[in-house]
Design a protein around this ligand. Structure first.
Ligand SMILES: Nc1ncnc2c1ncn2[C@@H]1O[C@H](COP(=O)(O)OP(=O)(O)OP(=O)(O)O)[C@@H](O)[C@H]1O
Ligand SMILES: [Mg+2]
Length: 241
């Protein structure tokens, strides 16, 4: 699988992602739920890392913070050597849209759009009307190519609701790869799939990783985590050593 990796943006060390002392709590009325209590982790460029932890241990919370979909109460997350909290609004938007690709547990595909349109959507939303007009052909052909690589070449004009769970997840992977992200963040990718279909999805991540894609995947399932190159465990709001 060809994944074109951007060449910009490397920090002084070879960590693509670094989290230090990350804290996050949620307030529910009078009670405060402390979810992350000082998470430290580093991910090198080209790694495939699994983060495992029980349900409710804060895996999704952590993944959202790593991808700047949420911010920590305390601590630092750095991407390519740069502290995310120092990014301007425009830089953050570019980071979320172009530097990271998200694969969510429940796919989050748009049923009104075709499979092809779902895949090229991240390019469409990151361009002005004129900009989109200029790159539409390129975007469509990249989206088609990704669908072929993901074994969905024949499904481009279907709607997501006409696909199986495993096919939907592959569409979501295609969408996440559309902007050639430096980092793929994956949340419980097989949670809704039978084990054979889930293994097929893991094959896709392995192949992407062999081609150089950096992946951070969270899962509660140890067996799924075994497919990654390195496993780190989240317990009591911290990474267990
Ligand atoms: N927006 C929120 N408001 C209040 N509490 C929240 C919020 N989001 C998450 N939590 C709480 O934080 C804790 C961690 O949630 P999180 O979704 O990160 O867990 P998880 O490890 O991803 O679990 P799962 O394996 O079930 O997906 C849970 O106790 C949850 O109830
Ligand atoms: Mg979760």
């Amino acid at each position: 699988m060809t994944v074109l990796l951007g060449s910009d943006y490397m920090g002084k060390d070879d960590f693509i992602l670094k989290a230090e002392g990350v804290y996050k709590s949620y307030r529910m009325g009078a009670t405060e739920v402390k979810v992350l209590k000082g998470v430290d982790l580093t991910v090198k460029s080209g790694e495939f890392v699994a983060i495992v932890g029980a349900s409710g241990s804060g895996k999704s919370t952590l993944l959202h913070i790593l991808g700047a979909l949420d911010s920590p109460d305390n601590g630092v997350v750095a991407f390519g050597g740069r502290d995310l909290s120092r990014f301007s609004g425009g830089e953050l938007n570019r980071f979320r849209n172009k530097k990271v690709g998200f694969v969510f547990q429940f796919y989050h595909l748009l049923d009104e759009l075709s499979v092809l349109e779902n895949v090229f959507l991240p390019v469409m939303v990151s361009r002005s009307v004129v900009g989109w007009f200029a790159c539409r052909r390129w975007a469509e052909s990249r989206a088609r190519e990704l669908l072929v690589q993901l074994g969905l070449g024949e499904r481009a004009n279907h709607k997501p609701y006409q696909l199986s769970g495993g096919e939907r997840q592959r569409v979501a992977i295609g969408r996440a790869l559309m902007n050639e992200p430096r980092l793929l963040l994956v949340d419980e990718p097989t949670g809704n799939l039978d084990s054979a279909t889930g293994n097929g999805i893991l094959d896709v991540f392995e192949e992407l990783n062999r081609a150089g894609q950096t992946i951070v995947m969270v899962t509660h399932d140890e067996r799924i985590a075994q497919r990654a190159g390195r496993i780190i465990t989240l317990v009591d709001g911290k990474i267990k050593n």
